[in-house]
Design a protein around this ligand. Structure first.
Ligand code: DGL
Length: 275
């Protein structure tokens, strides 16, 4: 019998805080443990094997902290590590614990959002190269045409707090123009990276009429709520005191300063090492 514990939320860095804040808003009574692997971010350009190795270390650490359910709030980790962790590792490490990602909840709802049935995915190089979005989306909606565009600078602009400056405009316009010239019938662009909601104002300003940008946090939160409702055995081992603890593999002070951009509040952060 597992001991009740908080829900783990993992990201390569700060980006997953955009997912965590939506989850906290929808499910405020639960306890959460957020872990950002900031010292090894970005994950976007890293190989499949490295993203898997780093993500597995983070998952094991969150299990050690007492989490029974973990959300990989990072598209790159969801794209490159989730399947192997779910299918290969969990059955023999912790058969009763669960790890979920952010790609499937987004893929599941996209059919009710697009009218043209042409959508675009904006993400890191790793997420786009993995083809995870087209594969997942076409499982639910085989008629939807999916086009990807890697935006290697976007998460870096946010990490370096350059995202609201004029210099960011060049990269945002460039990637939006690229994807819309690959398929002019696109009516919905999924923000398939947890950092991109912070660029939403600029993205929306540069998009032509009739094309909308879709952040995924709300759908991930709704999907988690639905999962807990459908799995009372898991819900009963999630503690509910409304407390969130924050952990980073980099400087806690740096994390806490940057986190104010994502969460709009001061937080207390502890440093841990992953290996
Ligand atoms: N959080 C990652 C994602 O959602 C992006 C940042 C990174 O490259 O580590 O894909």
């Amino acid at each position: 019998m597992l001991k009740p514990g908080p829900i783990g939320v993992f990201d390569s860095g700060y980006g997953g805080l955009t997912i965590l804040s939506e989850i906290q808003a929808l499910l405020p009574e639960y306890d959460y443990c957020y872990l950002g692997d900031n010292s090894r971010a970005p994950y976007g350009p890293r190989s499949f094997d490295i993203v898997y190795e780093f993500t597995k270390q983070a998952v094991l650490e969150l299990f050690d902290m007492g989490c029974n359910l973990i959300i990989l709030a990072c598209n790159t980790a969801s794209a490159k590590a989730l399947r192997t962790i779910q299918q290969k590792d969990l059955p023999h490490i912790h058969p009763d614990k669960r790890v979920l990602g952010v790609i499937r909840p987004t893929a599941e709802i996209i059919g009710s959002v697009t009218k043209s049935r042409h959508i675009g995915i904006l993400g890191t190089a790793g997420t786009i190269q993995s083809e995870s979005y087209p594969i997942e989306i076409n499982k639910f909606f085989p008629d939807i045409k999916v086009t990807g565009e890697a935006c290697p600078m976007w998460a870096t602009l946010v990490e370096n707090r350059e995202h609201e400056n004029e210099g960011a405009d060049y990269f945002i316009k460039k990637n939006l123009n690229n994807i819309l010239s690959k398929d002019s019938q696109i009516d919905t662009l999924i923000l398939g990276c947890t950092h991109y909601p912070l660029l939403l104002n600029k993205i929306e300003a540069f998009l032509p009429a009739g094309v909308k940008a879709l952040p995924q946090g709300k759908y991930v939160a709704e999907s988690l709520k639905d999962y807990l409702f459908r799995h009372p055995e898991m819900d009963s081992i999630c503690t509910k005191n409304g407390i969130t603890q924050y952990f980073t593999t980099e400087s806690p002070q740096k994390f806490s300063e940057a986190a104010t951009i994502f969460l709009n509040k001061e937080i207390e952060v502890k440093r841990i090492t992953l290996e």
